[in-house]
Design a protein. Structure first.
Length: 185
C-alpha cells in the first residue's frame, strides 16, 4: 500500500514539475489535456486519485509517456562503468538506457575485422581520439580525431583502430547496438 502511495506521489510531482518547467498554468495544461483545471489541481495536490485515462491525457499533453511518468526514481548507481571485451578489442561505456537507440563511448584497440556485416538502420560516430578505419563495402575510409561518420548499415561495414587505439562516441539503433556492442547492449 505504501508503495502505491509513493508511486502516486512521484507521478504527481512529475506532472507538476513538467507543467511548471514549460511555464504552463493549470488552465494551459487543462486546455491541452481536455481535463478541467480543478481536476488537475486536485490530482497535483493529492486530493484526487489519478485514473489511467487521465494520466494518458496528461502525459500526452506534456510531451511525455505514461512509462516516463511512472518509471522508478531509484538512481541506485549513476556511475557509468566500462565493459571490457578484450577478445573483441573494444571497451564500451553505455551512456543511454533508451531501448530504441544506444549512445556509447567506445575505446577500440582492434584492427578492422575481416568480416563485414549488415543490419537495418544507420550508424553514427565521432572520433574523440586516434583514427578509425571504416570499411564500407569496397571503400576504406580513415576518420580522424574530431571527424564524424554516418552511414547506412545496409552497406557491408566494419571498423577498427588505425595506427593505435581510438575512442569514439557513437549512436546506434537497436540492431547496431546488438551488432557492434554485443548481446548485452
Amino acid at each position: 500500500m505504501k508503495q502505491d502511495h509513493d508511486l502516486e506521489a512521484l507521478v504527481r510531482q512529475r506532472i507538476r514539475g513538467l507543467r511548471v518547467a514549460r511555464g504552463w498554468s493549470l488552465d494551459e495544461l487543462a486546455a491541452r489535456s481536455l481535463l478541467s483545471p480543478s481536476t488537475l489541481s486536485r490530482i497535483e495536490t493529492g486530493h484526487r486519485r489519478i485514473a489511467l485515462d487521465q494520466m494518458a491525457a496528461i502525459a500526452r499533453a506534456l510531451g511525455s509517456t505514461i512509462d516516463q511518468l511512472v518509471e522508478s526514481d531509484a538512481d541506485d548507481d549513476v556511475v557509468i562503468r566500462p565493459h571490457s571485451h578484450p577478445e573483441r578489442g573494444i571497451t564500451t561505456w553505455l551512456l543511454s538506457r533508451d531501448s530504441g537507440q544506444t549512445v556509447a563511448k567506445m575505446r577500440i584497440t582492434r584492427k578492422v575485422p575481416g568480416e563485414l556485416r549488415v543490419h537495418p538502420g544507420r550508424d553514427w560516430f565521432t572520433v574523440l581520439s586516434g583514427t578509425v578505419e571504416l570499411r564500407l563495402g569496397d571503400r576504406t575510409i580513415l576518420v580522424g580525431q574530431n571527424e564524424a561518420a554516418e552511414f547506412s548499415t545496409m552497406v557491408p561495414h566494419a571498423f577498427g583502430a588505425h595506427g593505435g587505439p581510438a575512442e569514439v562516441l557513437c549512436i546506434l539503433d537497436h540492431e547496431g547496438g546488438r551488432s557492434h556492442l554485443g548481446p548485452e547492449s
